[in-house]
Design a protein around this ligand. Structure first.
Ligand code: ATP
Length: 453
């Protein structure tokens, strides 16, 4: 199918129908820009995070992991510049009462005439832009007077910077080295979010790479390339990815250069991940505010300096959305429509399904169950004995399961089963005794999407 025909409605519908993503608080009418993840959404998110952590920590020697708190001392956010600088410019329309991001009027729809942009009709009456802080405030302590006002973190990076000294001391690493962290971030986003693209809370995968100042530019280019390769490695089509460097007036308050990796989402090219050259902004700011020197000291070499920081910051949920959009496909097979998620096997929530052709045949069911028990020890597997076989295949196609194993009457005669490939629909008979090895081998092979660019 033509990829441009993948609408967000189709993704939302599949995500809901198959239990990837549900609207949040639905029985109370839903809460805007909030979503809950069902079984397959959770499994898929876990895969995205695991692939990221492998690429950052397992496959390298120069990055260590961290899990810092969501609630930090409020002074962290003052020093980091978020209290004053982490704002969006917003305009209100006095006529339709809607609120828009001043920098995104061209993409927004007028409340009175959705075919136009805000400010384009006679009745539009927009205020001057006002800066609105995106951090959610909260309060520590039960007593109003003695409580401490603070924020839910809008990014995980600050938890890394304030731990720089702890980690540098015990990690036995000198710059260039990195600290990687996955965790929730919270932003009081005002503009509606294109499904899970922009939500009030989301998971981030951030890595702060600390480098000698003279090397910052080279590492910035290095990390843009590395991160592009990560998306390609897990099957995103090259034609749907691009790098876009920020203009000077787009840069965040901490950044000297930023490039976004953008994906061609149904609503157009949009940020998937940002790679920023943060200079020594953060370590210097926290050194000044806390009085603790966050610097690199090498007494043997007589070296002392504040490292510069290069940061690739990605969103788990946005990645999941990009993987789903890129994988979504519709085709007609034997005159019947088929919807399939052509996910990379390492991203797919379920790796293999075991399907007894005639579930009420106890012998078939027994063999199928035994095979399932064997497989589930190695990979996420699913046993499905409900409904006609065609419907079971369709279900597995829609959740993106790369392989389905069917146990039938012939199995009872010659100990073979059928393995069905999600993408090619090819079916092969293989001995049941070797099924586990065959599945593991196929899962480990290189995978390229059969979708045209
Ligand atoms: P945007 O311009 O889209 O608001 P940003 O430039 O503010 O994003 P960063 O601060 O660079 O985003 O955050 C790093 C990553 O975290 C983003 O690339 C995105 O994948 C993810 N992210 C940021 N805000 C949200 C959100 N509200 N919902 C979901 N993911 C988000």
């Amino acid at each position: 199918m033509n990829s441009d025909a993948v609408t967000m409605e189709k993704i939302v519908s599949l995500a809901r129908r198959r239990g990837f993503v549900f609207p949040s608080s639905e029985i109370y009418g839903g809460l805007g820009s909030s979503y809950d993840y069902g079984h397959y959404g959770v499994l898929m998110k876990e895969n995205v995070k695991a692939r990221w952590l492998e690429a950052m920590v397992r496959e390298r020697d120069d990055i260590v992991a961290l899990d810092s708190s969501i609630i930090l001392h409020p002074r962290v956010w003052e020093a980091s510049g978020h209290v004053t600088g982490f704002t969006d410019p917003l305009v209100d329309c006095r006529f339709c009462k809607l609120r828009f991001r001043a920098d995104q009027l061209g993409e927004a729809q007028c409340g009175a005439k959705p075919s136009k942009h805000p400010g384009e009709t006679e009745s539009c009456d927009l205020t001057e832009p006002r800066h609105f802080n995106l951090m959610f405030s909260t309060r520590i302590g039960a007593v109003e007077e003695t409580g401490l006002d603070t924020y839910l973190r809008p990014e995980t990076a600050q938890g890394i910077f304030v731990n720089f000294k702890n980690v540098a001391q015990i990690a036995r690493r000198k710059p260039p080295f990195g600290i990687a962290q996955i965790g929730k971030g919270f932003r009081n986003e005002i503009t509606p979010g294109n499904f899970i693209f922009r939500t009030l809370e989301f998971e981030m995968m951030e890595m702060e790479f600390f480098v000698p100042p003279a090397e910052a530019e080279d590492w910035y280019r290095y990390w843009i390339e590395e991160r592009m390769q990560w998306y390609l490695r897990f099957g995103i089509r090259e034609s749907h990815l691009r790098v876009r460097a920020h203009e000077a007036d787009e840069l965040s308050h901490y950044s000297s250069a930023t490039s976004d990796i953008e994906y061609l989402f149904p609503m157009g090219w949009s940020e998937l991940e940002g790679i920023a050259n943060r200079g020594d902004y953060d370590l210097s700011a926290h050194t000044e505010a806390s009085g603790t020197k966050l610097e690199w000291v090498d007494s043997e070499m007589g070296e002392r300096y504040t490292p510069h920081v290069v940061e690739p910051a990605a969103g788990v949920n946005r990645s999941l959305l990009a993987f789903m959009v890129d994988a979504y496909d519709e085709e007609v097979v034997a005159e019947r429509p088929r919807t399939v998620l052509r996910l990379h096997p390492e991203i797919a929530p379920v790796k293999v399904a075991v399907l007894p052709l005639i579930p009420r045949n106890a012998e078939i069911a027994g063999r199928a169950r035994a095979l399932y028990e064997e497989l589930r020890r190695a990979v996420i597997a699913e046993y499905d004995d409900s409904g006609q076989i065609g419907r079971r295949y369709r279900r597995q196609d829609e959740i993106g399961t790369p392989f389905a194993l069917t146990i039938d009457e012939q199995t009872l005669e010659d100990d073979t089963i059928t393995i069905r490939d999600r993408d090619s629909l090819a079916q092969e008979r293989i001995p049941i005794s070797g099924a586990r090895a065959v599945v593991l081998d196929k899962l480990a092979q290189d995978w390229r999407t059969p979708k045209p660019g």
